[in-house]
Design a protein around this ligand. Structure first.
Ligand SMILES: NC(=O)C1=CN([C@@H]2O[C@H](COP(=O)(O)OP(=O)(O)OC[C@H]3O[C@@H](n4cnc5c(N)ncnc54)[C@H](O)[C@@H]3O)[C@@H](O)[C@H]2O)C=CC1
Ligand SMILES: CCCCC/C=C\C=C\C(=O)C/C=C\C/C=C\CCCC(=O)O
Length: 252
């Protein structure tokens, strides 16, 4: 499926991986609704992207994925402002592992669950949608255990299982909806910089540093190419695409 003229909604799109995923979709002709909890960063990214792409193809709406009503507004905005919804990328996530670990469950797991359920409801042909594809952002940390971020790893493992359970539901597949999962290893973003370089909220940052040394850190663009594959290749459904700087892409 070509993404040209399709409408994508991307969560956590103001910076990092989400911004990169949004940009590759724009480059290939999609319309993109950037959504993010951070209004200032979203406004800045929108200004930068409208300077590069047709401004009728990109918009921003503030949306905290833990808030049902803000998600509803975001999905409604994609329809009213960009003309529909074909692609939903549930990318927003955080890595707090210290005293704020419950936030990590709230955002990574509960927020992704809320947004996925809303995406399914909006895409299903029997509910007025056109069908389409959902890509949920997991992590290699949700597949390979490590001692550095037990809560983070658990949320990412849960995203994989949750997504695959919905992805094998005939009410979803039978109504034109594909669900895929992206599982990157380390990517060059603020999340990694803050958690690894400053040791913020990472349990055993020394071991995390050794993992980075062994696996390497990818540019955001490498993850964006992997997303495009999951969106455009219609044979990919319930696929878990792993990607790392050292081993490249492979399907689980
Ligand atoms: N950077 C990495 O090495 C890897 C990151 N990931 C995942 O990729 C996703 C993006 O991470 P990065 O770009 O690295 O992080 P980042 O911290 O650079 O960007 C995350 C974005 O999500 C937004 N966000 C945070 N909480 C939100 C909420 N409640 N609602 C809406 N937006 C929210 C932030 O404002 C920010 O713009 C996350 O789900 C992360 O777990 C997965 C594998 C590796
Ligand atoms: C979870 C590691 C500590 C926290 C570091 C900060 C952010 C990391 C975010 C990620 O999602 C990192 C992704 C993968 C790390 C886990 C495994 C990589 C090793 C894969 C392998 O064994 O080949």
């Amino acid at each position: 499926m070509s993404v040209a003229h399709k409408v994508a909604l991307v969560t956590g799109a103001a910076q990092g991986i989400g911004r990169g995923l949004s940009e590759i979709l724009l480059k290939h002709g999609a319309k993109v609704l950037l959504t993010d909890v951070n209004q200032a960063a979203g406004d800045k990214t929108l200004a930068e992207l409208t300077a590069k792409y047709d401004q009728s193809r990109v918009a921003f709406v503030q949306c905290d994925i833990t808030k049902q009503e803000q998600l509803e507004t975001a999905f409604a905005t994609a329809k009213s402002q960009l003309g529909g919804i074909d692609i939903v990328v549930n990318n927003a996530g955080i890595g707090d592992e210290g005293d704020r670990w419950e936030n990590t469950v709230d955002v990574n797991l509960k927020g992704t669950v809320k947004a996925t359920k809303m995406a399914i409801d909006n895409l299903r042909k029997d509910r007025g949608g056109k069908g389409g594809v959902i890509v949920n952002m997991a992590s290699m940390a949700g597949l390979n255990p490590n001692p550095c971020g037990p809560v983070y790893c658990a949320t990412k493992a849960a995203i994989i299982m949750f997504s695959q359970c919905w992805g094998m539901n005939p009410d979803v597949t039978g109504n034109g909806v594909r669900i895929n999962i992206l599982a990157p290893a380390f990517v060059d973003t603020d999340l990694v910089k803050q958690q690894l370089q400053k040791g913020k909220d990472v349990i055993r940052p020394d071991i995390a540093a050794m993992m980075v040394e062994r696996v390497g850190i990818m540019p955001v663009e490498q993850v964006a190419e992997a997303l495009l594959e999951l969106v455009t290749d219609e044979s990919k459904h319930n696929a878990v695409l792993k990607i790392s700087a050292s081993t490249g892409k492979s399907y689980q």
